[in-house]
Design a protein around this ligand. Structure first.
Ligand code: F6R
Length: 614
């Protein structure tokens, strides 16, 4: 999982454009960085190093180079450790061909042995370098570079988004896409190929999302696009390319920090607006109603998602049951094989993915689709693989999320799922008109509740709320146990604290053995599970240091004989609203502690925003 960019231009230096593009793509990976520039026709000039984009750009003074064609790459290591030599771009033996790649080549060992036997000097441990050598290897058997490129990629198994330059054709960037995202930005006197839209919108808002099996090249003034099929290669007509060009309306400012120290904080604070946009965009959308009918027709419903999206799926599944009396099974996407054999054409898969590009989630839906199941996708990214491969795509419409840790997209996913549950209940008549109106009215208050909750949390959380803590439990029951899973993921992934979450009723079946004097335990108490008081008391009796976070109007009758810290969040009159009053506290708890410990919450170690690998 990496970010790639390739630009060619007339009368415009691409070096600063690539530099900025790399900054915008850094969320996709940041363990090493590189650029390749065509400075003359004899070879490609490559600069690359382990480390992040800022250090790379200042160390190599990239913007001071002058070139009309070039590539950039920011890496999240898969094959080969993060190192200078494994950083992209990679070149062939002659140094004339440079490649940047996002994806994984599965048959790389066999290709490597073949290339070595044929005398190629492979210098890195990466699968990507092989692509440069494969093209070089095919050149003698091909009538031109493009043919050699096609012959080379036809030998690859796995996934790739590729951008390639060749110093003999100084004004062209070749590209190809299979199972890894790639967009084309069409400019005036330049064209850009990149992994994602933020890398291009500084320069152009005319964007086209490429599809699997598409290959081609850009020059400063032309785009050539072809589709690879089992029967060969077919050119995509100019009119058809143009009909797919979208004008990106979201502003670049929406994708930047706007003065906040971190994207994560900005995205937590903008949740009231984000959720409002999700609500407004979906509450009357016929697509959501169509999805609700499909859910009602299903024999069985499986929800799939990874990480935070899985945690949102748990809540969506709960609301489908509570509101619409519909049974569903939430599943971690990478574990889809657990139910695969029982899936049939009567079943519906509800896939939840912010990016719409998560490998595990896509693999799951592809496996289920091949057994005839229908797919409803909930995603934030129009044109993403999930949106294209779903029978029905519902959009979260909460604006781009740049911080690696998901925050606003979590609350937005829950909102979409809640609307879906309400429409499913209308469809199967498990709700009468007045209850429906009440629930819709409740949801319309989510934005205000989020705003109040953020304000309350900011006023009570100090700068290092988890000072000195190495390990902790975050527990809940019912809805609270699902929110606790997300809360503990946030604390783990950005503050690097071991925060374990399990349903509070399980303590006595094992985990309470770890509890000793002052062991930190957070409880999330929700109105559906007041019996949590018993679990709080059993921890308190063993000397745990307890914090109970709950909506103010959830009354637990906590005995004053134990010193339990109770954090009251804004009151809400509906279970549907409880996630919005409770989660900001934990998002901000994790954020503040990460900053206090000197970690950058926008770049958690070992993680990347979009996980396009197995
Ligand atoms: C955690 C986080 C990840 C993602 C997961 C799925 O903060 O961001 O756990 O939720 O990688 O990503 P999407 O939603 O893009 O499928």
């Amino acid at each position: 999982m990496c970010g790639i960019i390739g630009i060619c231009a007339i009368k415009r230096n691409v070096a600063p454009m690539i530099s900025l593009g790399l900054k915008r793509l850094e969320y996709r990976g940041y363990d090493s960085v590189g650029v390749a520039l065509v400075l003359n026709e004899s070879r490609v000039h490559v600069l690359k190093a382990r480390g992040d984009v800022d250090s790379f750009l200042s160390r190599f003074k990239v913007s001071e180079f002058k070139a009309y064609t070039g590539l950039g790459h920011t890496r999240w290591a898969t094959h080969g450790a993060p190192s200078d030599v494994n950083a992209h771009p990679h070149t062939d033996c002659s140094g004339r061909i440079a490649v940047v790649h996002n994806g994984v080549i599965r048959n790389f060992s066999i290709i490597k042995s073949i290339l070595e036997v044929r005398g190629h000097r492979i210098t890195s441990e990466t699968d990507t370098e092989l692509i440069a050598h494969l093209i070089e290897d095919e050149i003698p058997f091909s009538s031109n570079f493009f043919e050699a490129f096609i012959r080379a990629i036809s030998r690859l198994e796995g996934s790739y988004a590729l951008a390639i330059i060749n110093s003999s054709e100084p004004n062209k960037v070749y590209f190809a896409r299979l199972k890894s995202p790639l967009v084309l930005g069409l400019g005036d006197g330049f064209n850009i190929i990149a992994s994602d839209i933020p890398a291009v919108i500084e320069y152009t808002r005319r964007v086209l999302t490429l599809e699997d099996g598409e290959v081609g090249w850009i020059t400063p003034t032309e785009v050539k696009l072809f589709k690879l099929t089992d029967d060969g290669i077919a050119e995509v007509k100019y009119e058809s390319i143009m009909s797919r060009v979208r004008f990106i309306e979201w502003s670049f400012e929406e994708a930047t920090r706007l003065g906040y120290p971190h994207f994560m904080l900005k995205e937590i604070v903008e949740q009231p607006n984000a959720i409002k946009s999700t609500y407004d965009g979906n509450i009357d959308d016929p697509i959501v109603k169509l999805a609700a009918s499909l859910l009602n027709e299903a024999n069985h419903i499986v929800l799939v998602g990874a990480g935070t999206s899985y945690h949102a799926s748990l809540i969506i599944s709960y609301f489908l049951s509570k509101i619409a009396k519909i049974k569903s099974t939430p599943l971690i996407a990478s574990e889809y094989k657990v139910v695969e054999d029982s899936i049939s054409r009567e079943d519906v898969i509800l896939a939840v993915s912010q990016s719409g590009e998560t490998y595990d989630t896509l693999e799951a839906i592809r496996a289920f689709k091949s057994r005839g199941a229908k797919v409803i996708g909930i995603t934030n990214v129009v044109g993403s693989a999930l949106s294209r491969e779903s029978d029905i795509a519902i959009y979260m419409r909460c604006g781009p999320e740049i911080g690696v840790a998901a925050t606003k997209t979590y609350t937005s996913q829950i909102m979409v799922g809640s609307i879906l549950a309400i429409y499913s209940a209308i469809e199967n008549k498990s709700l009468d008109n007045s209850s429906t109106r009440n629930l819709i009215d409740d949801l319309s208050k989510a934005s205000d509740i989020l705003g109040l909750s953020i304000k309350t949390s900011l006023s009570i959380l100090n700068d290092s709320p988890l000072r000195g803590i190495k390990s902790m439990y975050i527990l809940g029951r019912g809805l609270g146990s699902m929110i606790a899973k997300e809360a503990s993921l946030k604390v783990k992934e950005i503050a690097y604290i071991h925060a374990e979450s399990y349903p509070a009723g399980e303590s006595k079946h094992g985990p309470i053995a770890l509890v000793e004097e002052k062991f930190p335990v957070y409880f999330i108490a929700t109105s559906d599970s007041l019996e949590i008081i018993g679990n709080i008391m059993e921890m308190a009796s063993r000397g745990a240091s307890i914090v109970v976070v709950k909506p103010e109007n959830v009354n637990l009758n906590i005995s004053s004989s134990h010193s339990i810290n109770v954090v009251d969040m804004p009151p809400v009159n509906s279970l549907l609203l409880e996630p919005y009053t409770l989660i900001p506290y934990f998002q901000l708890l994790a954020y503040k502690e990460a900053v206090a410990r000197g970690y950058n919450p926008d770049k958690p170690r070992n993680l990347a925003k979009t996980v396009t690998v197995e």
